[in-house]
Ligand binder design. Sequence first.
Ligand code: SF4
Length: 383
Amino acid sequence: MKTVKKAIIESSQADKNLITALEKANIKYEISDQNPPTKSYRQGKQNLHFTAKKGDVMDTCATISNKYICCNVKVIKSVSNCPFDCSYCFLQNYLNDGNSKVVNDIDAMIDEVQENCKKEPDRLFRIGTWELGDSLAFEKETKQAELLIEKFKHIPNAVLELKTKSNIVDPILKCDHQQKTVVSWSLNTNYIIETQEHKTARLHERIEAINKVTKAGYLVGLHFDPTIIHPNWEEEYTQLIKAVCNNTNPSQIAWISLGSLRFNPEMKKKIESNFPTTSITYNEMVLGDDGKVRYPKPTRIKMYRHVIKQLEKHLNCSNLSPLLPPEKNKPLFYFCMERWDIWETFFEESPKSINELDYLFAKNMYHRFYSEILTSPKLKNYN
Ligand code: SF4
């Protein structure tokens, strides 16, 4: 499916390679330095603006909150808006200007990343490109992921995370990634993909893509987030986890996250207006400390218990706690935006802080993949 109807290129970015790629992809383009008129998040999905880097692009994931055990992942804001159309997407409430944009100047972004990584050489930075969009949805038009993969292999203390709901992996299969990139998927049941994750790759397409990147030797990330209550959800999550685990190797899964549906209360009306047939707002939800509504704790625990049980079964692992010593075939498991009490429902103890969870990631990656390029991580370097 062609995602972009028209490209607009800032004159400083209009190089021959980009223009040839757009012509090859049969995408109309225009070179212009004028700010395009502000568009709604849906109208803005059709055009893609190639811009220079403006200001800093590297930051910490915006949802970080001291009230939760967050993972402290870093982001580079290299893309804004997304051609897909998920009913629960926070972008419908977040983007003031829906024009889709990609930062075309990879070298300028990498200079900033390298500078930040050099300042703290004794820590591992996990850096994603998905904060305001999807890391691979525009790959055919931009080649952004391909270029970033090439650059990240030269940054010893950084790992790139490309998170997607697409199956656009063919352009990156031949990259010399040296396992310095984790290609990860946001995964949900067939029912949720068919009813809520419009225009994304269907479940069988995502699973085929997971299989392809596994065979290409990449590290893989799995995000079962947002888990959503729906008819027959237990059986559907069982089938999902079984299919995913059958198509990758536990020894290549870098990390697995688990989280539940959550959104700002004011987003409920937008979801109901943008997606009149959706039923995701029907279930009871309660307001959390971060100002978002989510399912009540007993409901979340019931869902998490089921998913964790299936993961342990299909990964052949007796305890997913990230506080246990790293093992080759055991991915690092974490909850996204949950508190100590949820962690302690499932494991003997919880990471004591955001910093400790960040350190546990580094320890796991060091022992499983990076012992030759990193020094052994120390907790004090994550404070
Ligand atoms: S894939 Fe992510 S960014 Fe794109 S519409 Fe869905 S939730 Fe939003």
